[in-house]
Design a protein around this ligand. Structure first.
Ligand code: UDP
Length: 321
């Protein structure tokens, strides 16, 4: 094993998923030693196949809900991403989602306490539920249904934040929490039912573009590279940041407009827009306030939506071949 001075040893849980695999790639490019853990519940071997030959990349197929069977000489950082994250997936895997947000997180905390490592935990804009204020800043407590089909994820992630708060307060654990808003880009799972991947795949295959409800609901879409930039900055920040931080792109748009933009970028598509039933408890508006990320990290998203969508469309064209 490589033992260069300053080379960090880093765990990425959920490292074979969409965000995780992009993050592992960046951490390896920065010459770190990366231990990627994934149970492939929603991640894919294909996402990390190209990293397997890197001597600084180590992979463990494991569900972090169970004790993590790894021993290290030292462990600097843990990025905790393991969790189904799209509404279709977390509703299919609802009990697993609750377990990974709680038991899984306790296992991660045990490791961090033992090795005195920092944790960056990925929370979500879903902690704001169907928000009643716009944009959503970090001090907003949210409007969440605790007894519905989205609750496994929303409340699981809220509980995770509460767990981390207690370990920060009672054990002085170095934790950083990000609340990730809708993110898209290469390595998204084409089956996970998210709106960006669904619309692109439908358009590329001349299938109907399925808008849930009237399409007036809004989201704000951030490109994966912007998110990874923000994650690295918050982990590197010398001072502890005593609050969760929103990472998202404040470019709110309606789902109907998103469908039109994607069709414009795939001009050969013969797809038609159709309207289907609205999902239960679907948030009507979502828009991040990123003032804290700008203040603490000097971070703001750089990639404009059409540019990011073009990259993503190219990715889906390539994997179709
Ligand atoms: N959506 C849609 N058609 C689809 C998939 C999603 O209209 O084929 C809508 C969904 O109902 C929601 C928005 O797009 O209002 C974003 O959904 P997504 O699953 O991407 O993520 P969410 O922000 O709900 O977690």
């Amino acid at each position: 094993m490589n033992n260069k001075i300053n080379q960090k040893k880093i765990i990425v849980t959920g490292g074979a998923g969409f965000v995780g695999s992009n993050l592992c790639e960046r951490l390896l490019n920065e010459d770190n030693i990366v231990y990627c853990i994934d149970n492939f519940s929603t991640g894919f071997k294909e996402n990390i196949q190209h990293l397997m030959s890197d001597r600084n990349f180590h992979f463990l197929e494991h569900d972090i809900t169970n004790t993590i069977p790894l021993e290290f000489e030292g462990l600097d950082e843990i990025y905790n991403l393991a969790c189904p994250a799209s509404p279709v997936q977390y509703q299919n895997l609802s009990i697993e989602t609750l377990k990974v947000c709680t038991y899984g997180l306790f296992n991660i905390i045990d490791l961090a306490m033992h090795y005195n490592s920092k944790i960056l935990h990925t929370s979500t804009s879903e902690v704001y539920g169907d928000p009643l204020i716009h944009p959503q800043n970090e001090s907003y407590w949210g409007n969440v249904n605790s007894f519905g089909p989205r609750a496994c994820y929303d409340e699981g992630k809220r509980c995770a934040e509460a767990i981390l708060y207690e370990y920060k307060t009672k054990h002085n654990l170095d934790i950083r929490i990000i609340r990730i808003f809708n993110t898209y880009g290469p390595k998204m799972d084409e089956q996970d039912g998210r709106v960006v991947s669904n619309f692109i795949i439908q358009a590329l295959n001349n299938l109907d573009i399925t808008i849930h409800g009237a399409g007036s609901q809004t989201r704000s879409f951030q490109y994966i590279d912007d998110l990874v930039d923000g994650m690295l900055l918050i982990m590197k920040n010398k001072e502890k940041i005593d609050t969760p931080i929103n990472l998202g792109n404040p470019n709110e748009m309606s789902i109907k407009n998103l469908s039109k933009t994607i069709l414009e970028l795939i001009p050969e598509s013969k797809s038609k827009i159709i309207f289907q039933e609205q999902s239960i408890d679907d948030p009507k508006r979502r828009l991040p306030d990123i003032a804290l990320a700008e203040k603490f990290l000097q971070w703001k998203p750089k990639v404009e939506l059409k540019k990011g969508l073009k990259e993503t469309i190219q990715y889906f064209r390539d994997i179709k071949k």
